[in-house]
Design a protein around this ligand. Structure first.
Ligand code: ZN
Length: 197
């Protein structure tokens, strides 16, 4: 992870991220100009801030690296589904399964545990685990909604390399941010200049 770009790291949210946490998750590992990358879920503390900002976790939830890994793993599966949707190619079955698993694995009840010496009792899931599984379920359900709703037709990948973000198109705009739009226009102008020289 390159930390040198932290100052100007993440551009403002891409269109559609506010309505779709799945889109925001997909966009949380950024490829930036100059070969830099930044991961908004790079550490458990960053992952917790990311969830808190979206109302998906309370302050001081105490996320661990295991939780952050689960978020990053769902992100890769959702990114794979978005790529399939945008390119019109079939989805990887593993990505579909991962989204369905996250959606249905929400702990709803304390489980029955039957110990040989102490007998039966009910055990609540670990609060942080329950919280992360709830967040994963909300994001996974949103991914399923995003892929099947009318919004899916507006889903596109940012057309300004090396940007790897997705967005919901409004009109003809095909960039995730003005920064990406400016860079794409500058690249086109440069290509025109060098072609005529
Ligand atoms: Zn972009």
């Amino acid at each position: 992870m390159d930390e040198s770009v932290r100052g100007e790291a993440a551009p403002p949210s891409a269109p559609g991220e506010a309505e779709h946490p799945a889109l925001a998750l997909a966009n949380s590992a950024l490829a930036l100009p100059g070969g830099h990358t930044t991961d908004l879920l790079g550490t458990p503390a960053q992952a917790e801030r990311w969830l808190t900002r979206r109302g998906l976790a309370p302050d001081g939830a105490g996320l661990t690296e295991v939780c952050a890994v689960r978020l990053r793993s769902l992100r890769e599966q959702i990114r794979s589904l978005l790529v399939s949707r945008v390119t019109g190619r079939p989805a990887l079955p593993a990505a579909v399964t991962a989204v369905n698993d996250a959606m249905t694995r929400v702990p709803t009840a304390p489980l029955l545990v039957w110990d040989e010496t102490t007998g039966p009792r009910r055990v609540a899931p670990h609060p942080t685990t329950a919280l992360v599984e709830h967040a994963l379920a909300v994001i996974a359900a949103d991914a399923a909604d995003l892929l099947t709703s009318p919004d899916a037709g507006r889903l596109t990948a940012c057309a300004s390399p090396p940007c790897n973000r997705f967005l919901l198109k409004h009109g003809r705009r095909q960039w995730c941010s003005t920064r990406c739009g400016d860079r794409a226009r500058a690249a086109r102008a440069y290509a025109r200049r060098t072609a005529t020289d």
